[in-house]
Design a protein around this ligand. Structure first.
Ligand code: AQP
Length: 345
């Protein structure tokens, strides 16, 4: 699969307040990758409507996620920054992939089970086929690598299965159309760093999430310094001081979470943090964590506010990115139509 030129793709849903998990697990890492690879970063608004959205709020959130991309330092000229619904090939390829993926594969997706909950019969069909649209998002750019948090690992595995099945099912046609042995790459997830799964501040067994009813469960990227301080001070912990080594965090999910957050914020490791703070009580460690979080997140929140005051600029970034994304997606989709056997005039 090494014959595919390296290309990064990742997406973020405009479904609510972006939080520290989205930042440390994904967006912060987008910035680092842009130095070495061509990157495509997408606001996946079509995924957002798999659950009901208020149209006015959705528009605001699409611009807010774009503002977050820009505020953390993603360069929209060097990279492509756009919103999914402006490039119709995502939906077109998703349909082809709906016909390649098997129902049994989708039935195994844990995110659908969690999000649909007990009322499965009443969930949208879109929520069920969400992983096929995600596969299309990635494969329409024939992306080789996708930086994501741990929670997206299963969807990335499905993307690889769909790509492999497409390559196998259409092997003869792929060769006849001049694409050699495989048309789609087997995309690799990039899940790295100390904070690939940031947990809720209220419950160390639950992922930090936009949809958690309690705002105290997460740090939002737009929170001010006082709110960040208040949320970390109220974060659940245990009565023991911090251990000196990582092994001492075993069975202490809340402590492990706060140490991992600190490590990711300072670009260090869990071991570094425990070397400096091992033996500290949580009251002292939380104070240090607040200082680091405020110094890193404060400027991002300020820049997001500045950018949100000029929606015209954000829309121009999305329009330019969409034009450039469309050019790549159009080429892929034409090839897919030829491979599948559609007539193009
Ligand atoms: N808690 C997390 N820790 C690390 N990474 C995370 N990501 C999400 N939560 C965490 C990563 O952020 C990227 C964007 O996620 P998304 O917005 O597309 O969807 P999501 O995973 O559904 O995010 P939420 O916040 O958990 O939303 P809800 O509450 O709607 O389910 C992805 O790379 C994701 O891995």
């Amino acid at each position: 699969m090494s014959s595919f030129p390296q290309r990064i793709f990742s997406g973020v849903q405009p479904t609510g307040n972006l939080h520290l998990g989205n930042y440390l697990g994904a967006i912060k890492r987008f910035v680092a990758l842009q130095a070495d690879f061509p990157c495509i970063y997408c606001v996946v608004d079509m995924h957002a409507i798999t659950i009901p959205q208020d149209p006015k709020e959705l528009r605001r959130q699409i611009r807010e996620v774009t503002a977050a991309f820009l505020a953390v330092g993603i360069d929209p000229v060097k990279n492509i920054v756009f919103n999914q619904s402006q490039v119709h090939e995502h939906a077109e390829l998703a349909w082809v992939l709906n016909c390649v993926a098997r129902i049994g594969w989708l039935n195994r997706m844990t995110q659908f089970k969690e999000k649909a909950g007990k009322d499965r019969e009443n969930a949208s069909v879109g929520l069920y086929v969400y992983p096929n649209l995600m596969a299309a998002d990635i494969l329409v750019y024939r992306a080789t690598h996708v930086p994501v948090g741990e929670d997206q690992k299963q969807h990335l595995e499905l993307t690889r299965d769909v790509a492999q099945k497409f390559n196998n099912d259409f092997a003869e046609s792929i060769a006849a159309c001049g694409f050699g042995e495989a048309f789609f790459p087997l995309t690799e997830p990039l899940i790295a760093g100390p904070a690939t799964r940031v947990m809720s501040l209220r419950d160390g067994s639950k992922k930090m999430s936009k949809s958690d009813a309690s705002d105290y469960s997460r740090i939002n990227l737009t929170d001010d310094a006082d709110t960040i301080a208040q949320k970390f001070r109220k974060a659940k912990t245990d009565p023991e001081p911090l251990p000196g080594e990582a092994a001492g965090l075993e069975g202490r999910p809340e402590a492990e979470n706060l140490v991992a957050i600190y490590a990711a914020l300072v670009d260090g490791t869990v071991e570094d943090v425990l070397r400096d703070h091992g033996g500290a009580q949580f009251s002292a460690f939380k104070g240090a964590l607040v200082d680091v979080a405020v110094s890193k997140l404060g400027p991002i929140a300020g820049e997001m506010r500045r950018l949100m005051a000029d929606p015209g600029h954000i829309d121009a970034v999305l329009a330019d990115g969409s034009r450039r994304a469309s050019a790549i997606a159009h080429e892929t989709m034409n090839a897919v139509k030829d491979i599948v056997g559609f007539v193009r005039s």
